[in-house]
Design a protein around this ligand. Structure first.
Ligand code: PMV
Length: 322
């Protein structure tokens, strides 16, 4: 029997991915850039030599939708490995699932590594990133440690994430609500493309923001990185709010965290807000200012300071004889 266990962490995008060019292959309409966190680990074990596919999430059998997403993903791995044996997948998430803290990113990054190893594949970083992308787009960035650029690419082979140099930064995560979101990012991305009159402008302006962000990271220009981070988050939420019917992920308390970031900046503290597809907000700041930023927002939600973290990694080789 063969098994492998892998860990991965979520990532928070500073330049967001919102829109697909190819839904089947999960090719994004634009590139994006993120920081992989050192917190909210997902640990996943894939065990072969079982009777049928199964997926246990946080100790209970997974819901139907999560099970079928996992089976489809395993099918991709089985095709690559030319092995059609079923697998038992067990996954534990430290972060609340589905609440905009990118548990799908850490989940599919850990699953890509554990499943590829269990089925005897030996993929390099960009191959693993491409595989994780097929589970959930943003998962391709959680394969990579620290800061990652996901190249939009032209096709499956050219759409993967790779590390880029960036200054040492912190994210102060303000968890406002850890319930599952009402509209999945997959569904809302489709709605944005199909109904927002601003979609094309969103796509073309994102390319420009990404270019500027990559050079700000390379030169270590923290003020520029922060300004672009907040600008791009607000643009994403604006294009999402312009759907028909509209989708709104930010709660009143989320907006208060954006206000707190502005107030901190007015008092000379470096802090910029961003939020993925959910109400929770992250404040980007420097290591030296993270403590002050965290106390400034402690009344607005549960607060945790996180640093750039490692990419997906194996916890135990677990490759016994089958
Ligand atoms: O990978 P998905 O389908 O969960 O989409 C992620 C979308 C955002 O988190 C909102 C933005 C991003 O780039 O991570």
């Amino acid at each position: 029997m063969s098994s492998a266990t892998a860990c991965a962490q979520p990532n928070i995008a500073l330049v967001k991915y919102w829109g697909k060019r190819d839904e089947g292959l999960i090719l994004p309409a634009t590139g994006s850039l993120s920081m992989t966190l050192d917190a909210f680990t997902t640990t996943t074990t894939v065990r072969l030599g079982v009777e049928a596919d199964s997926f246990t999430l946080n100790g209970s059998p997974a819901a139907e939708a999560a099970m079928s997403r996992t089976t489809s993903f395993l099918d991709l791995v089985r095709e690559l490995a030319a092995d059609d044996g079923p697998a038992a997948v067990t996954s534990v998430n430290e972060a609340p699932t589905g609440a905009g803290l990118a548990s799908s990113a850490s989940g599919f990054a850990a699953l890509a590594l554990a499943a590829s190893k269990a089925y005897g594949l030996d993929l390099d970083q960009s191959e693993l990133s491409r595989l994780a992308r097929r589970g959930s787009g943003s998962a391709c960035r959680s394969i990579v440690p620290g800061f990652a650029v996901w190249h939009a690419g032209r096709d499956d082979a050219s759409s993967y994430a790779e590390p880029i140099p960036a200054p040492d930064l912190r994210l102060v995560i303000v968890t406002i609500d850890s319930h599952e979101k009402a509209v999945s990012s997959r569904e809302a991305m489709r709605l944005t493309r199909d109904t927002s009159p601003f979609y094309n402008a969103w796509i073309s302006s994102t390319e420009a923001v990404l270019d500027e962000m990559v050079s700000a990271c390379r030169t270590g220009d923290i003020a520029r990185i922060g300004e672009l981070t907040e600008l791009h988050a607000l643009r994403m939420h604006a294009v999402i709010a312009s759907c028909r019917p509209p989708v709104r992920y930010l709660a009143p308390a989320s907006v208060s965290v954006f206000d707190a970031a502005a107030a901190l900046r007015a008092s000379g503290v470096q802090a910029w807000a961003t939020a993925d597809a959910g109400p929770n907000v992250c404040l980007l700041t420097t290591p030296g200012e993270a403590g002050e930023v965290a106390s400034a927002v402690s009344g607005l939600g549960r607060v945790r300071v996180v640093s750039p973290g490692p990419g997906a990694r194996l916890v135990s080789p677990g490759l016994g004889a089958r």
